[in-house]
Each structure stands twice: as structure tokens, then as C-alpha cells.
Design a protein. Structure first.
Length: 343
């Protein structure tokens, strides 16, 4: 393990992920992973503080041990370890909570530095390392902790929402889910109404593009539905995330709501509802996610029905009554879920 730890300290993403995958199984690997993270993400040095002031090298280094590259790789490993629940296994989840505390000052520092001096100025193509992905994945987790800098809501998330990595016309499916998750967490969990309103206004500045991004994400998720029923949990999670963020944005912004309707959101959300209520063998975990997804779709449909009979007619044309009956049947087949939904 010592060789693995040294490689992780030297910037090897593979070594960091190997430690992360072992961290949920034994305490030594868990302690080693977070010790490496703390060392690699340190920022209280003169040279790193100079980076924060914008004094980045004209020619970015290719050395994985360079402070920028090392912090980027470490943030990506940390976010990936959380995303795939390597660090959230029952045997170590309590230790993870305490181990994260020393990292909490470092994470916003590096997110701010990456956004202010690399991502927003569109310098990502100059670097070998994927700063865009590191920020997107870490924000998907950080925004759920209610520890947000105002600029995350007012500047960083809106920019990331509209701008995939340089050279790409859209995000990969995993990264798109992370962006939607971060926005959804921010809309649901932000304690500041004014900051949340600013985020919605920023996303509504180009309501047509926002609606396009939502519908495109739904289309992309449908394109990745696996045939094996036991592999569909990530798909239900994707649909639940997009249904929730769609509901939030449509409820908070009339321009976005109108743009979504023009983009056939009724048809697409009906398809999501159909997928969430289709006859499948649900495990309890999948059933909970599918039920949450269906409830968000239904709330969006209620929002649409408030706009008049023409939209109700469209919903009927999408076979909405059949999916509503299926949703009721699934809930009644699992009374423990119905009790949870009513609370």
C-alpha cells in the first residue's frame, strides 16, 4: 500500500482511485486516502496563494505534481469516490464525515481558483488536466452540503450550465447529470432566497437554451437505457434529477416554463413518467428512486395543467391517464412508500 500512497501523492489518478475503492473496505486505506487528499489540496503556501491572485504560468505545466494539476486530479478523485459511493460504505461513512472536515476550506478555495482563472476565462484547452470535469463533479456533491459561496450560484453554476468543456457541444451523460444535480441541489437547498432567485434569473437569460438543455438531457438518458433491468438504477437517478430541476425551474421562471412547453416538454416528461411507472421488477432502492421520479413528473404535470385545457388535451394525447393509474398501482403495491409520500 505504501507504493500506492506514494503514487497518489505524486499525482497518479489511478492510484488515488485505487485507494478510494479500498477505503470502503478497510480503515487503513480510508485514512491513507484522506491523508493524501489533505496533503494534495493544501493551499496555505505563498506560491499557491499567488495562483489565487491570478498569477498562473503562461505555459501550464504537464507535471502531475504541479500544484494546479495535483489539486485538479485530487478533486476529481474525491468527487468520483463520493459519486460512486466508495467513500460512503456503511463500514466507513461515519469516518468519512469527520475526514471531510479538514478538506472543507480547501474545496471552495480550489473551486474558486479553477473557475475564476481557468474555466471562466476559457483557458481549459491550454491545460492537460480536466479542470471542468473536476469542478462539475465536486459541485454536484458540495451543493448538497449547504456550504456555498455566493459566486457558485451567481457565476459558476450559470456558466457551467451553458458552457460544456471547450471543444465540445454538450456534456457527457455523467457530467450532465452532475450539472443538473448541482443546480437541483442549489434550487432546493439554498438558504438565501435572493441568491436562488439570481441563479434562476441567470438560467432564464437564455430560456430557450435552458429548455433545450433539459430536453436534450432527457433524450440522451433514453439513448442510454440498458436492456438489463438490474442496471437501470443510474437511469432512474438521472430521470429523477432532471424531473426535479425541470419542476423547480418551470415553477420559478415563466420564460423557462414557456420555453419548455415550446420544446415539447409535455411529451418528454410523459415519457419519463411512463418509464418510471412501467412494469419492472423493482428492488426497494430502485423503487424509491422511481417513485420519487414519478412524483416529480406528476407535480410538473400539475403545473402544466394550471395553464389551461389545451395543455390538458396534450397530456391526454400522451396517454397520461394510463401512467397515472400505473403510478397508483405501484404505490398501492408498496404501502410503505405510499406512507412516505404522504408524510
Amino acid at each position: 500500500m505504501e507504493k500506492l500512497i506514494k503514487s497518489a501523492r505524486d499525482g497518479s489518478f489511478e492510484a488515488m482511485m485505487a485507494l478510494a475503492s479500498q477505503a470502503g473496505k478497510n480503515r487503513r486505506a480510508h485514512e491513507a486516502f484522506f491523508r493524501v487528499m489533505e496533503e494534495n489540496l493544501k493551499f496555505n503556501t505563498t506560491s499557491i496563494q499567488d495562483l489565487k491572485r491570478g498569477r498562473l504560468p503562461l505555459m501550464p505545466s504537464l507535471d502531475p505534481k504541479d500544484a494546479l494539476n495535483l489539486s485538479c486530479t485530487s478533486m476529481l478523485a474525491l468527487a468520483t469516490g463520493i459519486r460512486y459511493k466508495y467513500l460512503l460504505q456503511p463500514v466507513c461513512i461515519a469516518d468519512t464525515a469527520s475526514s471531510m472536515l479538514p478538506l472543507m476550506p480547501a474545496i471552495p478555495f480550489w473551486v474558486s481558483l479553477f473557475c475564476e482563472h481557468i474555466i471562466l476565462p476559457s483557458r481549459t484547452l491550454e491545460f492537460e488536466f480536466d479542470f471542468h470535469k473536476a469542478v462539475v463533479l465536486i459541485l454536484a456533491w458540495v451543493t448538497n452540503q449547504n456550504k456555498l459561496q455566493p459566486k457558485v450560484l451567481t457565476d459558476y453554476l450559470p456558466f457551467l450550465w451553458f458552457h460544456p468543456p471547450a471543444g465540445y457541444t454538450k456534456y457527457s451523460l455523467d457530467d450532465a447529470q452532475a450539472v443538473f444535480t448541482a443546480v437541483d441541489h442549489a434550487l432546493l437547498g439554498c438558504n438565501s432566497t435572493s441568491l436562488r432567485d439570481i441563479l434562476v434569473r441567470r438560467l432564464a437569460e437564455n430560456s430557450t437554451l435552458t429548455a433545450n438543455l433539459i430536453v436534450q438531457f432527457i433524450v440522451d438518458v433514453f439513448a442510454h437505457v440498458p436492456e438489463e433491468s438490474d442496471m437501470k438504477l443510474p437511469i432512474y437517478q438521472c430521470f429523477s434529477t432532471v424531473a426535479s430541476s425541470t419542476l423547480q425551474l418551470a415553477s420559478r421562471s415563466l420564460p423557462i416554463h414557456t420555453a419548455l412547453l415550446k420544446n415539447n416538454s409535455i411529451q418528454w416528461m410523459s415519457r419519463v413518467l411512463r418509464f418510471a411507472t412501467q412494469g419492472a421488477r423493482f428492488t426497494y432502492v430502485v423503487l424509491r428512486v422511481a417513485t420519487d421520479c414519478a412524483s416529480k413528473c406528476l407535480l410538473y404535470i400539475i403545473r402544466v395543467m394550471e395553464d389551461g385545457h389545451s395543455y390538458i388535451r396534450q397530456l391526454l394525447g400522451c396517454d397520461i391517464l394510463r401512467y397515472l393509474l400505473k403510478a397508483c398501482r405501484n404505490l398501492h403495491a408498496h404501502p410503505e412508500l405510499m406512507d412516505r409520500e404522504l408524510k
